[in-house]
Each structure stands twice: as C-alpha cells, then as structure tokens.
Ligand binder design. Sequence first.
Ligand code: PNW
Length: 467
Amino acid sequence: MTLSFPPGFLWGAASAAYQVEGAAQEDGRTPSIWDTFSHTPGKVLAGDTGDVAVDHYHRFRDDVRLMSELNLGAYRFSVSWSRVQPTGRGPAVQRGLDFYRALVDELLGAGIQPVLTLYHWDLPQELENAGGWPERETAERFAEYAGIVAGALGDRVEFWTTLNEPWCSAFLGYGSGVHAPGRTERLAPLRAAHHLNLAHGLGAQALRAALPARAQVAISLNPAVVRPLTDKPEDLDAQRRIDALANRVFSGPLLRGAYPSDLIRDTASITDWSFVRDGDLAVIKHPLDALGINYYTPSLVSAADDEESAARNDGHGDSSHSPWPGSERVSFHQTPGERTEMGWTIDPSGLHDLLMRYSREAPGVPLYITENGAAFDDKPDAEGAVHDPQRIDYLQAHLAAAHQAIADGADLRGYFLWSLMDNFEWAYGYSKRFGAVYIDYPTQARVPKSSAHWYARVARTGELPAA
Ligand code: PNW
C-alpha cells in the first residue's frame, strides 16, 4: 500500500560545513577544532581531512541544481563559525558571510527552503585554546556569533537551528575523545553539556532579537533509543543511567528547565554541578518553535561489572575512554539484525519510539527528522551507475515508521535525509558513504545513486511506495 504524507510535509536533505565545504583556508577562514583534529596523525582514518571535502564551497551552484533535480523542498546546512568569525570573537569577515548569502540566494531562487544550523561541531580553534565548551565563555561567544549570522541572513532564512547533536560535541569531543577536540576527561563533558545548553538558550535569545517574528528557532538532538538487555534491575538501571546522559541531560533543561535529579546523583563523585549558575535554566528553557531529531540506530545496554570491558564497547567508535562519566560500568551490545557499513543495526522501530517519546515530552512543539540515513559500500558499475537498493530499503522502512508516528499522533512536519552527497564522515574520513549522491573523489563528479532517484519521486509526490 502507498502511504501518503500530509500536504506541506517538508522533504529535504542535510549536510554540515566541515563535511562538505572544503576551502579550509580560503577567504579568511581559520582552523576549527576539526581542522586541528583531522591534521593530527591517528585521529581520522587514513589521515583524511576536510581541506577539500566535496568542494561545495566552489561547487554550491551545481549542488543546488542537483537538489532541484531531486525535488528537494529544503536543504539543511551548517555555517562554519571560523569562516564567519575567525577567532570566535570580534568582527565578522564579510567574505565568509557572502558565501552563505550566495548559497541561500541560490536555494531561494530554486524554490528550496534553507534550514540553517549555526553549529555542527566546528568550534574555532581559538575558543578551544581558551578552554572550549567546558568553559562558560564559549556559550557567550556563541550567542554573539548567532547574532552576527542572524543580522546577515535574517532577511532571507526563516528556519534556524542553534546546535546539531550537542551530545556528540560534549561526550565524544571531551569524554571518549573520538571527535574533536579529542579530550578524554570526566568532568569536561558534563561542563560542556551545560555550556552547550546555555549556548542554545543564549543563542536563541540573540536570534529572537535579530530575526523577524516569523522566524523559527529550533535545535537538533540525537536522542538515544536505549533498550535494556534483560529486565533485571541492574540492566534497567544501566538503561536509566544512559538515558540520563544521552537524552535527559539535554531534554531536562531544554523542555523542563531542570537537570534530572538521578543524573546529578549518578555524577556526584565527579561534580556538584555548581557550574550551573542562577538563571541559566530559565535561559535554556527558551520556547522552541520546532525540535529536530536525528536518528540512526538504537542502543542495547546491560550492567557491566568491569569498567574496562564496558568502556571498550561503548558503541561509539574505538576509544579506551568512556563517553559516560559516572556510568562507566555499562556494556553496549550489538542489537540483532542487518547492519550498515557503520556497523549500526537497521531498526526503524527506534525512530517511531523516539518520535512518540518527544511528542509526549515536547507537547505542542512540531518535530522534524533533521537526519536519518545509512552508509553502504556503494560502487559504480561498469556504466558508471551506482545502485544502492539497501539504502532505498533503509529509507523506505524509516519513512514508513515516521508515517506510523504521524498516524499515532506525532506532529512530524518534515524529513531530512543524511546526506545529500557522500562526504567527510568525521573520524571515518571518506571511507563511509552516506550520500544519496555518489562522489567520485578524484574528479569530484556527482553521480545520483538509485536512492536519489527514488527519493526524488517521494519528495515530488509526497507518497511512499510500498516496499
Ligand atoms: C551524526 N555516535 O553524527 C552527524 O550529525 C552527522 O554529521 C554525521 O555524518 C551522521 O550522524 C552520520 O554519522 C553522529 O557515535 C556521529 O553516536 C556519531 C554518533 C552519532 C551521530
């Protein structure tokens, strides 16, 4: 049976500045923590960097044409902070802003709605040198940066998101160290999480002050779907702990204006949370116009009696350091079923669960799936065509789960496929291909995969063909 999505449902694709732009040293851009990290031997597979990436900085006009051919209604991209404000402080660089203005104009000219993310992990290196997200000043600098971008693009961009996946910034960046800046600490991720929350709140205030009333202000989270291995009390406790550190450390302050009391208890040996100052929680609980949800795969956890084995198997890349401060004694298990090239199990029921959960937790707030997709081992055939039936199956199953969530009452307004094109997949470099469009890196040729043609039809008709 064909499933119809509501009229006006937004069909999009997503990307992020450091993953696609390249032009790392052009027009006044200075290094971000991802430039430093990727240029540090051993941090990114095969020594890959975002220096050139898919050269979107120079090819954006072609890329927008490609988006039109795919019938996209929206394009989610992020702004490189150090392109716009090289030291993370002080005056903006006009050439940096001009690039985003040109991109936005190209999108609008093609009838594609720009969805702008202010921060997708590329902190200006100078701000990391001053301490990075564990320091409060970074949140204040973010608000200033938000105001600059809103001042430059507020007349033409209506959909704004502050942060992408603050969990990754805080816990992979400062805990497990598999993401930039690669710090492996226990207190720093908790301080970073709070200052990211504060950055969202202060940034949202700065956006409201600079933007017309019709503008929408949102955030994109990557909530975990955490399932217990058994219903033994110790496994349920492991589930509760990971849920606190993956989800409620953000949803608590954002939606309810408080950090969860069990999280504060679980982390009592690390911190008394005195870095949370009076008034911060009121700032963070800024009313959201929309909530972005990024979903890839669920997590399966159990209690571990040995911290080391638990840390090595935390489900988030190779690190001997745990990204779960205060709850290191948790093991992550492979959930059963078919997997993608990331080793992530394909489980669309997790997407349905998340949408229903956040419908309850954020009543009245429209939801968007701001990322969903999969990496497969895509290769051109003899004619140069790229057939990716597995990605079509993945998208079909996840869109069916999203459709079911709408039928069950979720106010879901749109879907952004991750990603438009193959790109720099963080610690995995160019080895993992998430794109609907294949990139031949030596020539930078763009080849829409069969999933791109499939998605173009879904986007045009608003209908999901039966599997
Ligand atoms: C997200 N994890 O990253 C990002 O928003 C994208 O930039 C990225 O390319 C995409 O998903 C695919 O990985 C994540 O370890 C990276 O839990 C790692 C994790 C989650 C999300």
